[in-house]
Design a protein around this ligand. Sequence first.
Ligand code: DX5
Ligand code: ZN
Length: 225
Amino acid sequence: MPRRPMIAPSLLSADFARLADELARIADADWAHVDVMDAHFVPNLTLGEPVVQAIQVVSPVPLDCHLMIEDPERWAPAYAELGARNVTVHAEACTGDPRALAKDLRAAGSLAGLAIKPGTPIEGYTEVLRDFDTLLVMSVEPGFGGQAFMPEVLDKVREARRLVDTGHLTLLVEIDGGINADTIEAAAEAGVDMFVAGSAVYGADDPSAAIAALRAQAARSFPEQ
Ligand code: DX5
Ligand code: ZN
């Protein structure tokens, strides 16, 4: 199967008073990215399970929950149970074996995702990732939208791509933070499958057109297959 670039707009840059309308504006996205922050793992607070439950009911696209929270073992499975397509926990927040949590997420009906912050090496997780469906490489420090892309994380994307292409891993490589028309080509060339974009989509006059433009730009930069 040839790879194709996928776009997940981040609701962090949407109007929180009108989330159903904001989801309708990105109906042609691949996933809707939902940033859950607890003001402990990151210095910001967003929304939690009751709000995600409410938008799950009305969302025209599958939800991609990015949990920037402490104690993911306790809280993450509920997001899978409510119907999220993918639930991503931070490697740095796991207190136990992330593989046990991946198993719980899959049993609860979602894909299992592992996120790593910009300073977290991938090397310690290459075996753990065999039990995950997505790897989220953070290209900004988690916590806020609208930050500048950190190109140095692309070495981790290239390593993940290599592990997938050689059959060691079977997962989608996702990138999150600072993705826009100026940065998406480098990320695509490095091997990203799923591009999270907050301000680049919701900051545009026409989010649907922004999604199409980003997707086309990434497709042009995909490596030959
Ligand atoms: C940051 C969040 C991102 C954020 C990306 O911690 O995880 O998903 O919304 O926003 P942009 O695309 O504006 O960098
Ligand atoms: Zn995110």
